[in-house]
Each structure stands twice: as C-alpha cells, then as structure tokens.
Design a protein around this ligand. Structure first.
Ligand code: MAN
Length: 558
C-alpha cells in the first residue's frame, strides 16, 4: 500500500488489529464473485492479465491495494479501484456484491454478514445466525406458499371451468342468434307482405258503392254548408237594406210598392208596423222594441240555437274518418251472429253436455278456419298485421337480449385471462366481487374485489364509498407478482374540504382472503393490507423471497 493512502483509511479501521484487507496477506481472490474466480490464476511467469485484457501485471500486484488495471479488476478485494464491486461470500448465508466504495470504510455492511468488507476483527461474522433465521423464515414462507398455491390452483381450475362455460354460452347463444335472426327476417317479411296486402285490401274496399256514396254525400254536404253560409250572409245584408227602408221611407208619399215591401219585411221578421199607434217619436229607432218583444226574441233565439245545433251536427258529420268507418263497417258486417240467443245452442242443452259441446265446436271451427271455409271472428287484414307486428317486435327484443348475452360472455371471456384483470391464469376470477370486511372499532371497512370499497360507521350514519376498482399496481409490469400486490380503488365519496376518498389495498400471499389492517394515511386516503391465496405462487415460481413478497408499503415507496 502506498504510504499516502493510509491517510484515507478511516480511523476505526486503523485501530483495528491484523489488517486482513491490505498488504501481501490478502488472498488474491478475496472479493472475487464466483463466476470470475477461474480467471484469477497467475501465468507460468507469475504474471496476470487485467480482465479487460488491457494490461499484464505481476501476480503480486493483484489485491495489493493499488489500482493498476484500467477496469480496476486487479483490486477485487481492497476497494482501491472506484466503480468496481466487492463480493462478500457470506458463508452460511447468501453471498452478495456491494460497491467497492463501501469496502474498508470502517462500517459493517448489512449485506456482508461475514464482515469480509472490513479488516479482520472489525465486524463480527453473523452469517450463521442470519442464515439460520433466513432459512427458517424461508421455510415458513414456502410452507405457506405450498398450502396457498393449492388454493390458488383451485382458483385457476375455476377460471378454466368458467372459460369453458363462457365458450359454451357463446356457442349456444350464437346458434340461438342465428335462429332468432331467421325468425325476425321471417316475421319482417310477413309484416311487409301483410302491410302491403292490407293497403291493397283497403283500396279495394274503397271502391265499394257504399263508400263511394258516403264520399259523395260528404262532398255534397260540404258544398251545401258553404252555400248555406253564403245565403246567411246575403240574408243579413238584405235585412239591413230592408231595415233601412223601413225606418227611412216617407209614408206621406203613399208609395204602395214601398209600403208593401216594408210590411212584407215586418211580417217576415214578426215586427209591428213602424207607423202604427203614433209612429216613431223623435230620436226613436224603429225596431223590435215596439212589438211583442217576448215573441220575436224567442223566435230569433230559437233560430240561432237551431243554427248552432245544425253547425255542430254538420261539424261531426264532416269530421268523420271515413276509412275507419269503412273498416268498422267491414268488421260489423263480417261479425258472426252467434251472440243471438236463437243460435246459442248451449241454451238448449243440459248443463252436463255443455263442456263436450264447446270442445267439439272449438275443434270444428278451428279446422274450418284452417282450411279457409270460415274466417276468424275478427276481420283478418288489419288485425293480422298488427298481431304480426307484435310478434315481430317480441322476436326483435329476444334477439337483442340474446345478442347482449353473447356480447357479455365474450367480454367476460376476454377479461378472464387478461393479465390486466384476472391474471394470466385467471386466478383472480374466483374472487370477482367477493367482499372482505374489517372491523376497526369505529368503522367496518369493506372491499368488494374488482368492484368497490366502502367505509361503514359501526354506530350508524352514512356509509362512504371509498372508491370503485381502478387498477392493479400501475408501477409494476402486468403479469408480475408485484403487479398483483396492490389494488387501487378511486373516486369514492368526496371528502369535505379534501379529495375524493380512495384506497390502496396491499396484498400478500396468505391462506385466507382477508383485510389485515386499515390506516388513513392522509385525510380520506386509506391504506389497507390483506392477504389472498391468489398471490401464493408455487414454490420456485416467481421470486418473492422472504418478507413482503416484493411488496413495498406506500410509505416505503415515498
Ligand atoms: C369521515 C370518515 C373519515 C374522514 C372524514 C373526513 O368521518 O370518512 O375517515 O377522515 O370523514 O371528513
């Protein structure tokens, strides 16, 4: 070792006895990882080549605490070359590499339980105790995994059965869809044909003399009504002219034609002669006031009422839907007259024979209907069309339901072995919507897996949603054990003055599906821990190691 390097050695190390990591006493392979051991042998000339082949140095210069090689490979055990690694053998436990900077720094590294990174005597060799504890823990974990993985296998079998069930359901619904599609097409065809038949039948019915006569009456009535309205207007106009004549003519001219016209008009209107009994006084209007008022007014009132009634009746007659009337007429004409007591045979039969009679009658009528000798009680065309339309919409509805069923099965099948949902082997499917609970005193926390987490107060009050299932561990690769070690539930009930409630559910392998602990790390942000057999990989599969199974708590992650 160069004398100035002594200045860099930490004080505790200088004070330590027997400097095992310096000087010619250090074994040349000290700190060499097992895979490189074979390359640390001297040549016949007692020289050695740096691992990168860049230089040949004296074998004695290996591990002499002086860095000769560019790659630092000549100092595997002294830490003299920066950027290199030191291998602790940790006999009795598991060997591991640490950065060379931590060699000979006077500190006992946890990773080097044999203390070989420091001078002899500085750090005790704890590898046996640590190794024993490790092996015991590993054995316990393996035992758990062996048991847990059996349960996990049953979950996988469930998923396989589920896959089969879904596939069968898809096959059968596909067959059903094809049948239903044909039925829909058949009914659609019938509806189309029935509707066009109905339209043609209606056109035919419209040619009937009764209908054409009805239409002619309708037209004549409409014409008459407008003529009547014109006559009324004309009559009112003439009345005004005659009223003017009556009031304004001069009786002193003795014009008999005018007098006759005035008296004639007064007669029509039921008025008294305007110049009888003193004639008109100054400022008086000649009119109904001077005659037997009651009579005239009653007569006029009646006339107005008759007029109104007639208008209403005309309105009703002219508003009639003649097509409906035609169809109604058809139905009426075709209706059987079996209601007639005369033809009601049952009224002549003793009660005991009535059931047999009805059965026989029904089969005969249906046979006659089938062969087309008689028609059904209700006229065919339009009611057939609407019945077929009903059947069509029922068939379309069934087709829709079956298609939805098939789509759902396809969707479920897709998620079943999707790494992002129920795992590569579908091991989580069995737990879909399974609810786990944990009573913490004030609250009972509930997690319905893949669905929703809730907080239920034990002494009554509102249950809060802590969020809907959002995802597995987003920081891990889908399919890896770490991915399934965390579930996120998000967008729960909004916290007063805070975020929406959310849950991080940390999971490890365990024989039960259960919640072990609940903490509210921040306001309305909950961390739950729990176990599930779905996480118990068979021993040898997946590298969970002893402890958290590759899982970190949210706090550790921060
Ligand atoms: C409720 C619970 C608590 C939460 C508060 C926030 O009492 O959901 O967990 O901290 O609301 O106001």
């Amino acid at each position: 070792m160069l004398p100035w390097l002594l200045l860099l050695v930490p004080i505790p190390a200088l004070l330590a006895p027997t400097p095992a990591l310096a000087g010619p006493g250090i074994p040349k392979t000290h700190g060499v990882a097992p895979n490189l051991l074979s390359r640390y042998t001297p040549s016949s000339k007692s020289t050695w080549k740096c691992l990168d082949g860049s230089k040949e140095i004296a074998w004695s210069a290996v591990n002499d605490d002086y860095c000769d090689c560019l790659d630092g490979s000549d100092e595997p055990g002294t830490g003299a070359c920066p950027g290199t690694s030191f291998y602790c053998k940790n006999e009795g436990h598991i060997g591991t590499s640490i950065p060379a900077t931590r060699v000979n720094d006077g500190l006992c590294e946890v990773e080097c339980c044999d203390g070989s990174d420091e001078k002899s005597g500085v750090c005790p060799n704890l590898c046996k105790e640590i190794g024993d504890a490790y092996r015991q823990k590993l054995e316990e974990e393996n035992k758990l995994r062996r048991k847990g993985s059996k349960i996990r296998s049953s979950y996988i079998s469930f998923a396989k059965k589920e896959k089969k069930r879904l596939e069968e359901s898809i096959t059968s619904t596909l067959a059903e869809i094809s049948v239903r599609e044909k039925e829909v097409a058949r009914l659609q065809d019938i509806v189309d044909r029935t509707e066009s038949l109905s339209a043609a039948a209606l056109e035919h019915k419209k040619q009937s003399p009764l209908y054409t006569s009805l239409l002619a009456h309708h037209e004549a009535l409409t014409h008459l009504r407008s003529l009547h309205a014109a006559s009324l207007a004309r009559e009112a106009e003439l009345g005004n002219i005659l009223d003017g004549l009556r009031r304004g003519y001069n009786p002193n001219y003795q014009d008999m034609a005018v007098l006759e016209a005035v008296r004639g008009w007064e007669g029509v209107k039921g008025l008294k002669h305007i110049y009888d009994e003193g004639g008109l006084k100054d400022g008086e209007e000649g009119g109904e006031g001077e005659v037997k008022e009651g009579e005239v007014k009653v007569a006029e009132g009646e006339e107005e009422r008759d007029e109104e009634t007639m208008e209403k009746e005309l309105d009703m007659l002219l508003d009639v839907d003649h097509v409906s009337l035609l169809l109604e007429h058809e139905r009426h004409v075709n209706a059987p007259v079996e209601e007639s007591i005369l033809f009601d045979i049952t009224s002549y039969l003793p009660d005991t024979l009535i059931p047999q009679y009805l059965t026989v009658k029904e089969s005969i009528v249906s046979l006659l209907q089938k062969v087309g000798v008689v028609r059904g009680a209700v006229d065919g065309s339009s009611s057939d069309a609407s019945r077929t339309r009903e059947l069509l919409s029922a068939a379309q509805h069934s087709l829709k339901l079956t298609t939805e069923e098939k789509d759902k099965a396809e969707e479920d099948l897709k998620d079943l072995f999707d790494e992002r949902w129920f795992g590569k082997e579908g091991e989580w499917k069995k737990l879909d919507k399974v609810c786990l609970e944990k009573d913490t005193g004030d609250y009972t926390y509930e997690v319905c897996l893949f669905e929703e987490a809730r907080q239920k107060p034990n002494s009554g009050g509102q249950t809060f949603s802590l969020g809907k299932f959002h995802s597995w561990n987003e920081d891990a690769e889908p399919g890896t054990p770490a991915y399934y070690s965390k579930q996120h539930y998000r967008q729960g009930t909004k916290c007063w003055n805070g975020p929406n409630r959310s849950v991080v559910f940390l999971l490890t392998c365990g024989l039960e599906n259960e919640i072990l602990s609940v903490v509210e790390l921040e306001k309305c942000e909950y961390q739950l821990t729990g176990t599930s057999p779905a996480l118990c990989l068979p021993v040898g599969e997946g590298t969970t190691g002893v402890g958290t199974g590759g899982m970190k708590t949210a706090k550790e992650e921060l």
